[in-house]
Ligand binder design. Structure first.
Ligand code: ATP
Ligand code: MG
Length: 394
């Protein structure tokens, strides 16, 4: 069966009135960006539906794979289109569709007609039974089952007639670009790419920031983060990645502050820098891959100390998830294999043997005063020497 068109279903919740058009516009743009490289397509709208019609040959599997990465789509239906909205044409097209798609084999079916065009002279029920009747006549091995059919032949009567029997699951969520922008603290680990994916799924555009510690971390570690950003961008769209040289700040903390507090103090500086860069780039929030209790720096007391330096909201979508649940998502979105590559991370290099698990904010703040002489200069240099990479989906 060769399809030339798809009907795109999207959730209509929260998209009433004026917002609906913004939502549909953005979704159409996102679909176009995803399928552009796969052929010539026309994207068309009819109330509550988006149609993707091919004007060139294309690879069916590739188009489905791309459409499944577009947030905001809940279902993808490969359709056949009949231009004439009259009963005989609908009948002929239905028979042709079933013949090509399934042939005459043992199956149960049901016809389901949706009449968006109420001027059509027959009631939906009437169309269902008439078409059902003709199908039974044409295909001797078919049986009707209205409760649990193998095949539900759906006929939508609109400006044209759309016939389909399959709905392939979409990614859900909201189209990227309908909900502002956030700065993802992207490490080379498993959790932060998943966190970025989850927030992007709610329609949020992403920028990302990576704290690099050369020469303690290698080019491989940096490349790994660039690769992860690229995989996430397959869903989120382009990501501007800010790469901060964090080495001198880490060395200063290492030299001047108590070693069991290193991680917390370091994480507070990461959040401060991330927030500054976020604000300078019109981001309205930060995103991290933190999860309660996963490591010493993610106990409730540690999260409290880290969070205290931020004024922007910090989104932590993995916060209540078990590691395995996070891994499951990273496998699904294809970041897992890259995340587990064994390159060192800036956090793992300056880590204490016994980090505090219940840091006290006043004590942490007092320790930070030991950096007073050097930190402003180091902070400024770190910001001034940021390297920016524009990451695009392949
Ligand atoms: P991940 O798997 O995302 O690396 P993790 O379990 O290793 O997380 P931590 O190392 O404590 O946890 O980091 C917690 C969060 O802080 C990360 O999810 C990420 O958002 C941020 N983070 C940690 N290291 C860096 C880094 N080098 N650059 C940017 N963000 C970082
Ligand atoms: Mg990590």
């Amino acid at each position: 069966m060769e399809y030339k068109a798809f009907m795109i279903k999207y959730a209509e919740i929260g998209t009433k009135g004026k917002n609906r058009y913004v939502f549909e516009d953005v979704l159409c743009n996102r679909i176009k960006e995803h399928v552009d490289k796969l052929g010539d397509f026309v994207i068309r709208r009819e109330y509550g539906r988006i149609f993707l019609e091919a004007e060139s040959s294309f690879d069916y599997e590739d188009v489905i794979t791309e459409l499944q990465k577009v947030f905001g789509i809940i279902g993808i239906c490969p359709i056949v289109v009949e231009d004439s909205v009259d009963f005989d044409s609908i009948k002929n097209k239905s028979i042709e569709y079933m013949g090509k798609r399934y042939g005459n084999k043992n199956l149960t079916f049901k016809v389901y007609t949706r009449r968006a065009d109420k001027s059509f002279p027959m009631q939906s029920m009437e169309v269902n039974s008439e078409i059902g009747h003709y199908l039974l006549e044409e295909f001797s091995d078919y049986k009707v089952d209205v409760h649990n059919p193998d095949v539900m032949l759906t006929i939508e009567l609109r400006e044209k007639v759309y016939i389909y029997s399959e709905t392939i699951k979409g990614a859900g969520g909201l189209p990227v670009g309908t909900n502002g922008k956030a700065m993802l603290l992207l490490s080379g680990g498993i959790d932060s790419p998943v966190a970025g994916y989850m927030i992007s799924k709610r329609g949020v555009e992403l920028e990302a920031i990576y704290f690099n510690a050369p020469p303690y971390t290698s080019e491989h570690a940096k490349q790994k983060v660039i690769d992860l950003a690229r995989i996430v961008s397959e869903y989120s769209g382009p990501i501007r990645l800010h790469i901060v040289n964090f080495t001198d700040i880490q060395l200063a903390i290492y030299e001047k502050c108590p070693h069991d507090e290193l991680t917390i103090i370091m994480r507070r500086y990461m959040m401060r820098i991330a927030e500054d860069i976020a604000k300078a780039n019109s981001c309205q929030a930060l995103i991290t891959g933190e999860s309660i209790g996963q490591v010493a720096s993610q106990t409730m007391q540690s999260l409290y100390c880290t969070n205290e330096v931020c004024t922007l909201p910090v989104f932590r979508p993995c916060i209540g998830m078990d590691k395995q649940d996070i891994i499951d998502i990273s496998e699904k979105i294809d970041t897992y294999e890259t995340s587990i590559l064994p390159y060192e991370d800036c956090c793992t290099i300056f880590v204490a043997k016994h980090p505090v698990t219940k840091p006290n904010l006043d004590i942490i703040k007092r320790s930070e005063t030991k950096l007073t002489d050097v930190i402003d200069e180091l902070y400024k240099t770190a910001i001034d020497t940021i390297e920016v990479c524009e990451i695009k989906p392949e």
